[in-house]
Design a protein around this ligand. Sequence first.
Ligand SMILES: *Cc1c(COP(=O)(O)O)cnc(C)c1O
Length: 451
Amino acid sequence: MEKDMLIQKSKDLLWLPFTQMKDYEEDPLVIEHGEGVRLYDTEGKSYYDGYSSLWLNVHGHKKKELDDAIKEQLGKVAHTTLLGAANRPAIELAERLIDLTPAPLKRVFYSDSGAEAVEIGLKIAFQYWRNKGYQDKTKFVTVTNGYHGDTVGAISVGAVDIFHTTYKPLMFDSYKVPFPTVYRNELPDPVDVRDQALAELETMLSEKGKEIAAVIMEGMVQGAGGMHVMPNGYLKGVKNLCKKHDVLLIVDEVATGFGRTGKMFAVEHEEVEPDIMMVAKGITGGYLPIAATLTTEEIYKAFYADYAELKTFFHGHSYTGNQLGCAAALANLDIFEKENVMEDVERKTAFVKEKLEALKALPHVGDIRQLGLMVGIELVLDKETKQPFPWVERIGYQTTLEMRKLGMLSRPLGDTIVFMPPYASSYEDLDAMISIMEQAIKETTSKVLQT
Ligand SMILES: *Cc1c(COP(=O)(O)O)cnc(C)c1O
């Protein structure tokens, strides 16, 4: 198809996720191919993949080892069902995942997206208590601004108002406790922010523990809620409270898993062992839709019984355990080992941190939050008072449009610019991307002030 026709048909035929199509029509973008950390549109213009194709990509695009692994698997079989039948790459990947994740996690339930992995985790937690004879433990506790995907179950434990308010009548109720957000907190010391948040959770669990199945939260960083990093000791504190009040802890590592925060999994920052953990996004290096929900053997055993006891986990998806995806995931994990990727992430994290200092000085950069190669840059109207820009200005969106002109792609979270480069970005790439963000921020913030 001619490139002009492609662009026209993208407007006429597609309905893009999380996209106001009226905006898209004004600034359409059709990606043609990728190479390393760059993407190319139909006009041949190149862009840095500054958001890792929405937080997925790890080793860059067209990574030879990943391409080869998929081709090799294609030579055997593309897909067979996991319903009642296993397959080789799914088994081999399960073993690797169990080795890499905290020790108590011993079972792997596959699915195709982060949201599905979350749905599965919620249903497992709910049915676990039921199978053990606790009929009342049916509720979930979540934290403000938490994000766990977009299906109805996942939004029911989500708490980002702009995404979730519309669907409230569809959602099941869950309890919410405050997330220890440090920026704009009345308490000046992160330790106090943490302790206050833990105290609220403690009150919740003391009062309602008997009806609560699980607490669910993201690992160390709230991603879609605005890139907020938990204060030290918070997640560990949550784990201890869950244990004390006999409530499961579910950690959603969909965004943070596979090295994004500087550890293979974010829970390692606090040596936390969740009862249930979800992984997706980076699992295949950003290649194919594989997700997994891991659980402890104790949880698994609560489902293991004679069929007539009806303790089976009645859940599954058509493409679960897809061989091509599992083969890509195995090759992805091999690259982590062969190329010492985690050491590389550590060095690049430090480099990015230093380079971002230059942005801190800008008059409208209110806060820069970073853990590993997961960064949020919050733009504010007034740095002193932390007053936001009027939301109708869409300063975040305008800034990413400007970045796009300058040759870098990302998507904002409100007024927070997301910087999540593929780990394979070179130091020059990282430097160039940070310069583009700096230039775009200067450009858009000065424009808004003039109008
Ligand atoms: C992206 C994300 C999800 C949803 O994953 P999908 O694959 O997009 O369904 C769930 N939880 C977190 C923390 C995420 O960042």
